[in-house]
Write a protein that binds this ligand. Structure first.
Ligand code: GDP
Ligand code: MG
Length: 464
């Protein structure tokens, strides 16, 4: 921890905390020793109170002005949040300005002229970490919240921000420390009683099991983080594009009565029950005619390969064809949904024939044209993804970095367990346990170095 404290600086930093576009308000945020003092040189409150005397966490209305020209730059609200009760645990000052890029730039320039330094991306959160307000897993949760593309990803990141992941790792650390303490005590008083080797091995095995479980459930959460890729496939003219349009809610794809209309794959993001779906409309699968269509079909095959879920569309107004059988074979090992489209037309194929291709599966009837059955299909897709992700209260969002660290810790623990079984010396065992602890410490940031922090915080946006 000594190392980490060395990385802490408390000079005053500033950055726009809202995007530099037009908005209702724009916020410029300062943190550091001189934040309040700098603000006092640029702001006069309507009530006449000096910035130094502002009640912490209270908004004051006033004018921002250029002290050199006395020119008023904007009417604004100012809030001072005094250390340690602030985001960074330092004095923080926020200007709530009118949200125009020129105003924000101007105020930023004034603050820089008065002695603050432009913050690096993520530097506010970095200070919150260095000042001990949050651990690294929480800092990464902040980035996760900002980047969240679905409610599910958001709620999982929020839980990590509350420290759930950190608590879990700390509990693993505690258990490892208990084993280490036994080993050290034994080494110090050699002739004392025997070590409970069997219990230690059991405890290690249980830790290994828990970490493995966490790693595998984290894998599934990628669906929540990055969204599920859902590809609509089928032979030409069955109504894939019509279904795609009906789902996204506007005429995104061209629909014609002519087979082979869709050549490129089209992708749209939609939210279903708080989940992000990357929905793809593909070219109809059939033997090649012209070269452009062939490329489209190839793309469709690729999407089918990559997709997390496939929606297979059949046209129930025409009899089954060979292509339907070929497709059924292709999606056999993929999570998929079978959809019988054109339910508004007179049926030429019956469901039992389709059931022969997809034994035991639910077959959904829809009419893309009339919007029948679409909601049910989406509900089914949502349910499947949720089932895949697993119950929310048991899963924890793990970043790629944390996953790497956890895998290394796991490896050391497996080694430790093996040496315990093989009766290796306690020193060897101890070293492996310490290595595992080090990796866990890196996840939480108790063992962080500058390079690690730079990698993590460089992914943040300016002003965060
Ligand atoms: N009656 C009816 N016609 C549909 C339905 N869905 C699509 N079609 C028609 O089928 C033809 C092909 O549709 P399209 O979406 O381009 O099929 P794709 O080639 O699979 O993308 C068009 O003339 C659509 O209007 C439906 O549910 N009912
Ligand atoms: Mg199409």
């Amino acid at each position: 921890m000594e190392e980490i404290k060395d990385l802490l600086v408390s000079d005053t930093i500033v950055a726009p905390a809202t995007p530099l576009g037009v908005g209702a308000i724009g916020i410029v945020r300062m943190s550091g020793r001189e934040a309040a003092e700098i603000a006092s040189r640029l702001f006069v409150s309507r009530c006449g109170r000096a910035v130094e005397d502002f009640v912490s966490h209270r908004l004051y209305l006033g004018d921002v002005f250029d002290p050199q020209t006395q020119e008023i730059v904007d009417e604004a609200l100012l809030v001072v949040m005094r250390a340690p009760h602030s985001y960074t645990r330092e004095d923080v000052v926020e200007f709530q300005l009118h949200g125009g890029p020129v105003v924000i730039q101007k105020v930023l320039q004034l603050i820089l002229r008065e002695g603050a330094r432009l913050a690096e991306p993520g530097e506010f959160t970095r200070r919150a970490f260095l000042n001990g307000r949050i651990d690294l897993s929480q800092a990464e949760a902040v980035a996760g919240i900002v980047k969240a593309r679905s409610e599910k990803a958001l709620s999982l990141s929020l839980r990590n921000l509350k420290g759930e992941w950190g608590r879990k790792i700390r509990s693993w650390e505690d258990r490892l420390l208990s084993i280490l303490a036994l080993i050290h005590a034994h080494c110090d008083f050699l002739d004392e009683e025997e070590l409970p080797l069997e219990a230690m091995e059991k405890e290690l095995a249980s830790l290994i099991g828990e970490i493995e479980k966490e790693l595998s459930s984290g894998e599934r959460l990628k669906l929540a983080q990055e969204g599920a890729l859902v590809a609509i496939v089928g032979k030409p003219n069955v109504g894939k594009s019509s279904l795609f349009n009906a789902i996204v809610g506007w005429d995104r794809a061209i629909v014609t009565p002519f087979p082979g209309t869709t050549r490129d794959a089209l992708e749209e993001n939609i939210l279903v029950d708080g989940l992000l779906l990357r929905l793809v409309d593909t070219a109809g699968m059939r033997e090649g005619r012209d070269p452009v269509e062939l490329v489209g079909v190839q793309k469709a095959e690729e999407y089918l390969e990559q997709a997390d879920f496939v929606v297979v569309v059949l046209d129930q107004s025409i009899p089954l064809e060979k292509e339907d059988e070929v497709l059924a074979e292709k999606v056999r090992n993929k999570p998929h949904f079978v959809v019988l489209n054109k339910s508004d037309l007179f049926p030429q194929l019956n469901k039992s024939d389709v059931s022969l291709l997809y034994p035991g599966e639910e077959i959904l009837e829809v009419s893309a044209l009339q919007g029948e059955g679409i909601e049910k299909l989406l509900r089914k897709i949502g349910e499947r993804i949720k089932a895949e992700i697993g119950p929310e209260d048991q899963t924890i969002l793990i970043t790629a970095r944390q996953r790497e660290g956890l895998k290394k810790a796991l490896l050391s623990l497996v080694q430790a367990r093996d040496s315990l079984r093989e009766g290796m010396s306690l020193d060897v065992l101890g070293l492996d346990l310490e290595e595992a602890l080090r990796e866990m410490g890196r996840i939480l940031g108790t063992q962080a170095d500058k390079e690690l922090l730079n990698t993590i915080f460089s992914q943040f946006c300016l002003g965060k």
